[in-house]
Design a binder for this molecule. Sequence first.
Ligand SMILES: [Zn+2]
Length: 71
Amino acid sequence: MPLFNKKKVEPETVSVQGYKLLCPLCTNDSFYKKKVQMNTSTLTALNLDFLNKSATCFVCSNCSRIEWFDA
Ligand SMILES: [Zn+2]
């Protein structure tokens, strides 16, 4: 079973709380959205329980930098 869904998706522009998301590295404005389920005892051990439910991450379509959001 593949770890990631290889389905072809187009990158999209993202706004968070009215702010347009720009890659802090390359200033690109299009991202691939991924919803990530997290449920590992490692996160609890590291006191990162806030990540234990799910998180949204946006992967820069240019340089692949990942921006994480707790939502
Ligand atoms: Zn970038």
